[in-house]
Design a protein around this ligand. Structure first.
Ligand code: SF4
Length: 346
């Protein structure tokens, strides 16, 4: 069997033998020149770097597959229960080709994509393209309801819908149930400062960004993806951007609690958190220790104000320098600012 991706970004990544780095813009990490090299190797044609011409070349290569494929496999953004309709949102029209040209159409989608009515669909489809790429509506909404009928000029002879569970139903009734509302728009990763700095591949599985930091541990096991719920600053941007109001930082915090309870984090980290928990419940001790820590960190920054190495916790400084703090704790800075504001008011 030859399997060919038909979304342009996914097609580029298939040629590169890479997984996607973003759920809406899978090849966002590739430059035009890198894509040109891949097309030369795959299509054996002269190297093009003009984007419309490159797109035309990919379209010609894919057209051949659309016309000769035995089976079209699509996903589905929503499955509408009252009509048995599947919906696929694209900006390239490839879902129209995949669902109508081959003899067999197979839809594979997560069980949580089933929604009740066309009215639900009308609401959700207003949210999805707006949150995904800022469009009021996507270029193509492909709705399929069954096979080709007598008199139809096109459409498949067979249609199969595969609803994938793979751990989804175990979320029902759990602390993480709200994650089932996710419509895969990608807004949370677009706003996440961590995603913006590390890119999608760093998340190690198909779902990157804040939504992946919750979904991946659920699907592959918290013991296999323990770093993901910790790869967050908890700035809260993702929860603000999410169109279906999933409290992503809260869910990540719940996963951290589960990790702590199941003793899945390294021993030294658990000890450090326990020590920190002891100190923060004793304000005098906390002020003393945090004041000493801030001054030591300032001293470690030296003349250039950068910490080049942190003995014992060097994960950060192995790849980059850490800016040294000012040498004062937040409470000291706050008090100083408050006092100077009071002096100014007098
Ligand atoms: S968690 Fe929210 S913002 Fe992120 S992909 Fe899902 S619906 Fe979109």
């Amino acid at each position: 069997m030859q399997v060919v991706e038909t979304d342009l970004g996914e097609y580029i990544l298939q040629l590169a033998h890479e997984p996607p780095s973003h759920i809406v813009a899978p090849a966002v990490h590739k430059s035009k020149e890198q894509v040109a090299d891949l097309f030369v190797a795959a299509h054996g044609k002269p190297r093009l770097t003009d984007i419309p011409a490159m797109t035309r070349e990919a379209r010609e290569a894919l057209r051949e597959h659309f016309l000769t494929a035995d089976m079209g496999v699509s996903g589905s953004n929503f499955v509408i229960a009252e009509t048995g309709t599947t919906l696929t949102v694209t900006n390239e029209g490839n879902a129209d080709m995949v669902t109508t040209l081959p003899r067999i159409h197979c839809v594979i989608t997560g069980v949580e994509k089933v929604i009740g009515t066309l009215e639900d669909f009308a609401t959700l489809i207003r949210l999805l393209p707006r949150s995904a790429i800022g469009q009021t509506i996507a270029n193509y909404l492909t709705l399929t309801t069954g096979v080709k009928m007598p008199g139809d000029v096109d459409g498949p002879e067979q249609m199969h819908i595969v609803l994938v569970d793979a751990g989804r139903t175990k979320l029902v009734g759990s602390d993480l149930q709200e994650m089932l509302r996710c419509i895969r728009c990608g807004a949370c990763m677009n706003h996440c400062p961590v995603y913006q700095n590390v890119g999608g591949h760093a998340y190690g599985w198909v779902y990157p960004g804040p939504m992946g930091s919750i979904l991946t541990p659920v699907y592959v096991g918290l013991e296999n993806a323990g770093d993901l719920p910790n790869a967050a600053t908890f700035c809260g941007e993702c929860a603000v951007a999410c169109p279906v109001k999933i409290p992503l930082p809260d869910l990540m915090r719940k996963l951290r609690e589960q990790q702590f309870d199941r003793k899945l984090r390294p021993w030294a980290e658990r000890m450090a958190i326990a020590a920190w928990g002891f100190a923060v419940t004793r304000p005098g001790l906390y002020a003393l220790l945090s004041g000493a820590g801030a001054r030591i960190a300032k001293w470690m920054g030296g003349r250039d104000g950068l910490i080049h190495s942190l003995p014992g916790i060097d994960g950060w400084t192995k790849g980059r320098d850490m800016p040294a703090p000012e040498g004062k704790t937040f409470r000291e800075l706050y008090r100083r600012r408050r006092d100077s504001a009071a002096d100014g008011a007098r």
